[in-house]
Design a protein around this ligand. Structure first.
Ligand SMILES: Nc1nc2c(ncn2[C@@H]2O[C@H](COP(=O)(O)OP(=O)(O)OP(=O)(O)O)[C@@H](O)[C@H]2O)c(=O)[nH]1
Ligand SMILES: [Mg+2]
Length: 356
């Protein structure tokens, strides 16, 4: 499951975002004070339409798990157990306050806030790197070991990057080097989605996150993305029914809730795509790393399907919707038989033929 940690300084709107996303107060993580987990169904219009077509017994959306962290990530990164919860996340959603409100403590200085948080992640990783390198140097002195030397070399690169205050997500590591340090789950290596929490007067511009990014002095950097929400507006929105919600959004000049935009931005940042399986029993969206093969996709569903893989029958979502049903898709010769190596693309509907 895709897990994203919501972090930032204190009183920036992390819990507000978490509640908007999950519609809940989350469930406490045992042993981890005040850290809350919530599961979000990924909104996907395409799945809704497919489901409309098949009228299956079950429709299953892809899900993302969000972790709400209390207070400032600066204290968090310094407390063992809480930092550990963060290390288990695939990515960080870094909420940055861009609203002014005298009744809420603190103020909005996005650029400074981002730098402060970044520095904390870097220092946390640097401590881990230095400790491990010391240990490795002792071990290598005792006994030559190619694997340990390799790890040391990669950590050396990490260290020099961190010392120059460059987060590890900007390092260009080979898959092999990446593998050598994967176990450390470095915080500054995680992709970051900056979430600008706008004031109500800026709500109408929430679609234009890039403009704010420029104003906030956010440079385009590797493995980062930006999105904007207005916490206050979205929180009110979450309380409304569908029809009222649409009207309410329109009054702010918005077309959709920030949730869909937020989740799309997370997928893009992480290079994720969706593929679908359809049938009378179940229509379902699956999450896959972009560039994955049909064999990988089969493995997402079940190892048995992967093991017994024969062929993948693939149709583009648009073609299936336009044709109205699979028989017509076949008739139009839009159903393709693909092998294990085939690269699955976003929005494809796949049926796996498998043995066993
Ligand atoms: N005006 C305004 N207030 C907001 C907005 N988003 C959040 N707030 C308010 O800011 C305060 C802090 O919001 P939270 O979501 O609790 O912030 P947090 O980051 O979880 O705070 P801590 O967990 O205590 O660090 C609350 O009083 C919110 O109502 C916004 O977009 N506009
Ligand atoms: Mg909070």
């Amino acid at each position: 499951m895709l897990r994203v940690g919501i972090v930032g300084l204190s009183q920036v709107g992390k819990t507000t975002l978490f509640r908007i996303l999950t519609h809940t107060h989350g469930r406490a993580v045992p042993g981890k004070l005040e850290v809350h987990l919530g599961v979000v169904r990924v909104p996907d219009e395409r799945l809704d339409l497919l489901s409309n077509m098949y009228k299956p017994k079950r429709t299953i959306h892809a899900t993302v798990e969000y972790l709400d962290t209390p207070g400032s990530v600066i204290e968090l990164a310094r407390t063992g157990s809480q930092a550990q919860a963060l290390r288990e996340m695939r990515a960080l959603a870094h909420v940055v306050r861009a609203f002014e409100d005298d009744s809420v403590a603190g103020s909005a200085d996005s650029r400074q806030d981002i730098e402060n948080v970044e520095l904390e992640l870097i220092l946390s990783d640097l401590a881990v790197v230095e400790k491990r390198m010391e240990r490795l140097e002792k071990d290598i002195k005792k006994q030559k070991n190619a694997a340990l030397e390799k790890e040391h070399r990669v950590l050396e690169r990490c260290k020099s990057s961190l010392e120059r205050q460059i987060p590890l997500r900007e390092l260009d590591l080979s898959p092999e080097d990446e593998g050598a340090i994967r176990g450390f789950t470095f915080l500054s290596q995680k992709p970051v989605l900056y979430v600008l929490n706008l004031g109500e007067k800026d709500a109408a511009r929430a679609n234009a996150a890039q403009e704010f990014a420029v104003e906030a002095g956010l440079r385009q950097r590797p493995n980062t993305a930006v999105t904007a929400i207005c916490g206050k507006v979205e929180a009110e929105l979450a309380e409304l029914g569908d029809a009222e919600a649409a009207e309410f959004l329109a009054s702010y000049g918005l077309k959709e809730s920030a949730i869909a935009r937020f989740i799309r931005a997370s997928y893009q940042l992480l290079g994720l795509i969706s593929f679908f399986t359809v049938g009378d029993d179940e229509c379902r969206a699956w999450t896959l790393r972009s560039g994955s093969s049909a064999l990988d996709a089969a493995g997402e569903i079940h190892t048995d399907i992967q093991r017994g893989f024969i062929r993948a029958e693939v149709v583009k979502y648009e073609d299936l919707i336009a044709a109205g049903n699979l028989a017509e898709v076949r008739h139009r010769a839009q159903l393709h038989l693909e092998g294990k190596e085939y690269v699955v693309r976003d929005g494809e509907v796949v049926h796996f033929r498998h043995s066993g």
